[in-house]
Design a protein around this ligand. Sequence first.
Ligand code: 13P
Length: 336
Amino acid sequence: MSIEQLESIAQAMVAPGKGIIAIDESNTTIKKRFDGVGIECTEDTRRAYREMLLTTPNLSDHIAGAILYDETLRQSTRAGVPFTKVMLDNGILPGIKVDKGPHPLAGFPGELVTEGLDGLRERLQEYARLGAKFAKWRAVITIGDDMPSSTCIEANCHALARYAALCQESGIVPMVEPEVLMDGSHDLEVCYDVTEVTLRSLFASLYEQNVMLEGTILKASMVVSGKDCPEQASVDEVAEATIRCLKASVPASLPGIVFLSGGQSDEAATAHLNAMNQMGPHPWPLSFSYGRAMQSAALKLWSKDMDKHFGDAQKTVAQRARENGLAALGQWKKSA
Ligand code: 13P
């Protein structure tokens, strides 16, 4: 695949007013979400839940792509139509989570490094055959006493760059996600510093590994106050700090940046994105790739009665997509 083809997929992922829905929870993570609302976690409940999300009417009005987990990429609707076909027929790009999760970084207690490079070339080739157009790899950076170490940042960024180069070799757009966690009592400035140093390291690694930025999407965490910080930054402060940080560390040739929600409330995730776009224009489109902030209302409703609330749960997905799509244009209003 040529760089032009990768570039056009990357641009489609951040088309104006559109974003990504992340439904790539591993079986362990989705079990935690299901446990929270009292649903048994089986292959079929996972399939039924993802069918509800992916068959939301008019989802593609504001959703350009969906990130799936390995199991979901191979599943079908109850009527037997593969999810990838449902998506491609509706103009939604199939994406796939390919990392094997964060594991303890030896020698650095409390820090994590994401694994999954072994055998990745073959896995990506299979995913491309199954219809995946883009892939995601999430690195986790934890803020704490003497953390993150430069070793943790460099190890994670090196892995992200190796993964991104392998994706492009297979004709798949890499979505590189270095998530700086919100956990902790640090303030906004600390989050700013950690995010900037992480992004600078990431783009240095991508350059070293010959990754073509024109065919890459960044999935970033916003610059926010730690969850337990007594002084929480306002929406405008978060938006201003995030934009400043991105401009200081992300090359303008990148086709787009999408954000994770990371445990923010639905409304905060939308308000922050909207405020950033109202401060534009910026060098890149800024959109969303939310998991929890797209799904939490739908999951709660669906869990009460999977059949009876199927349509209502889909309405909340459509509503969250619409609100976040407006925020991607800086046109969201609180009561929208
Ligand atoms: P959240 O929006 O729930 O943080 O999930 C996004 C994601 O894909 C994290 O990797």
